[in-house]
Design a binder for this molecule. Structure first.
Ligand code: CU
Length: 153
């Protein structure tokens, strides 16, 4: 009987030490000397149900995209992006970088503001969604950065 209690106690302690944690990870997205976009670290590791807080500094403007989770984080050289999410699903997920073209996006945003002021809201919505889906044109690059790996707890 004493032995059973001891075992239960041990299990309880073991469980307590593996409860979900918050992991703060600094991620750098850089242009390497050969013009390839790399992520440091190239493997982001977590345990299931951990909360990940990624601070992302990027030398290039674009979207860091975690496939599987389908999370997109806009990153740019001007601002460090902080992105928080729960690693609820286990597995190994590709992290990609989708660069935005070198076209003047701030200008077209101003134009949108004007258009939505004048037109109906329906019209503005259509226009916006079209703009988003056309991001694959010409300049954009899709670059493999690394993996997010979430281990079972
Ligand atoms: Cu993607």
């Amino acid at each position: 009987m004493v032995c059973v209690f001891a075992t239960l106690l041990y299990v309880a302690v073991a469980c307590g030490s593996t409860k979900p944690e918050t992991q703060e990870i600094e991620v750098r997205i850089q242009l390497s000397s050969v013009g390839v976009i790399v992520m440091d670290p190239d493997l982001i590791e977590a345990k299931q149900d951990d909360t990940l807080v990624l601070s992302i500094v990027s030398e290039k403007e674009g979207m860091m995209h975690i496939h599987g989770y389908d999370l997109g984080i806009m990153v740019s050289p001007e601002n460090a992006a902080v992105f928080e999410f729960d690693a609820a699903t286990t597995g190994r997920f590709e992290v990609m970088f989708h660069a935005v073209g070198s076209n003047d996006s701030s200008h077209s945003h101003d134009a949108h503001g004007h258009a939505s002021h004048k037109g109906s809201s329906d019209e503005a919505d259509n226009h916006t969604s079209h703009e988003t889906s056309s991001s694959g044109e010409g300049q954009s690059i899709d670059q493999f950065l690394g993996y997010l790996q979430v281990m079972p707890r």
